[in-house]
Each structure stands twice: as C-alpha cells, then as structure tokens.
Design a binder for this molecule. Structure first.
Ligand code: BEZ
Length: 182
C-alpha cells in the first residue's frame, strides 16, 4: 500500500488531528525550529499576529520531531485538511528524515510544512524578550499563543528532545509575574 510520512515539529506533535499509522521519532538535518512565523489565523489575528514555529535552514543543526505514517486512501484527504489548516504561509516540502527510535532507524523522505522568508506572514528573528512579549499578548481562534508555546515544550520533553529556543521561550512566557529576562 502506498504511504506518506508527515514530519511534525510544531503543533502536529501534540495535535495531529488526523488518523495515522506509526509515529516515529527522529530529526531532519540542516534545519532548526524557530518562532519566526507570524500567526494571523490560529494564535493571533491580522491586527495582532502571534508567533509560531517554522523550520529555518541552519547548517550543522538538527530539528527533532516525529513522522506520522499516512496510508493509501487517507493521503489526499489528510494533506488537503492540513493545507487548509496551515494556509497562513506554509507550503509543503519533501525533506529527508532520519528515524531514531526503538523500532526504526535510517532515512526516509517526509512531507513537511515549511514557512520561508518569502511568505507574507513571516516575521523572522527578534530578541527572545520581544518574542516572549508578543506571545504573551496574542491569542486567536485556536487559543492563546502562550498555550501553543507551553504545549510544544511539553511535547518535546515527552519526546526527550532538548530544544533551547523553545524551552527558553516557555520559561519566559510561563513566568507568572510577567517579567522579562535577557
Ligand atoms: C508541524 O510540523 O507541527 C507543523 C508546523 C507548522 C505548520 C504545520 C505543521
């Protein structure tokens, strides 16, 4: 049976929202995960965009996450549902994925949603202080931006993946007195 592997490195880690076969932990080479994409339709609004993750090219780095196996007749429906859900600047790319868990090891090709600097909602780099301030101030139809950051950090911890950019941001936005730290 034909199948497709779909790479999850953001919200797909805790909310795939589709039926799938195996879920396999691993990484893509040459990318890192950054809160550089604006969200005007999920975790913010056009007037007050939130910040969500995208893949950013970074030589020598690895971005850890999972792949989901999608089989046969579900493929078209799942991809079209995700195209709709991620229409705020992401496009589908094929990317080599290195599987690293108890049941799988080795390379496979996965589909990933990627939002590059050429999309209209791209925000790009900023200081962690400013990213945290923006996240604290934003919410949208899918919920508060803080919730997105904390859920992502939790999902990565469950996978035993250390991601300093995400954990640093989670610490800043979880700070109950709202103070910022550089
Ligand atoms: C994800 O892999 O979880 C994902 C990230 C950004 C857009 C769509 C999916």
């Amino acid at each position: 049976m034909e199948s497709v592997w779909l790479f999850g490195y953001g919200s797909l880690l805790w909310r795939p929202g589709f039926e799938h076969g195996e879920r396999v932990r691993g990484f893509v080479r040459g990318y890192t995960r950054r809160f550089w994409q604006g969200s005007v339709d999920h975790r913010g609004t056009p007037d007050n965009p939130g910040r969500v993750v995208t893949l950013v090219e970074a030589a020598g780095e690895e971005c850890w996450g999972v792949v989901y196996r999608i089989d046969g007749q579900s493929i078209a429906a799942v991809l079209s549902q995700l195209d709709e859900r991620e229409q705020g600047g992401y496009r589908r790319v094929n990317i080599p994925f290195v599987a690293k868990d108890r049941t799988h090891s080795g390379e496979l090709t996965a589909v990933a949603y990627f939002a590059g600097p050429d999309n209209p909602n791209y925000l790009g780099p900023a200081s962690m202080d400013s990213i945290a301030g923006q996240v604290r101030a934003c919410s949208g139809p899918s919920g508060h931006n803080v919730e997105y950051v904390l859920r992502l950090a939790e999902a990565l911890m469950e996978l035993n993946v250390a991601d300093e950019h995400v954990f640093d941001l989670a610490n800043r936005v979880a700070d109950p007195d709202g103070e910022t730290h550089d």
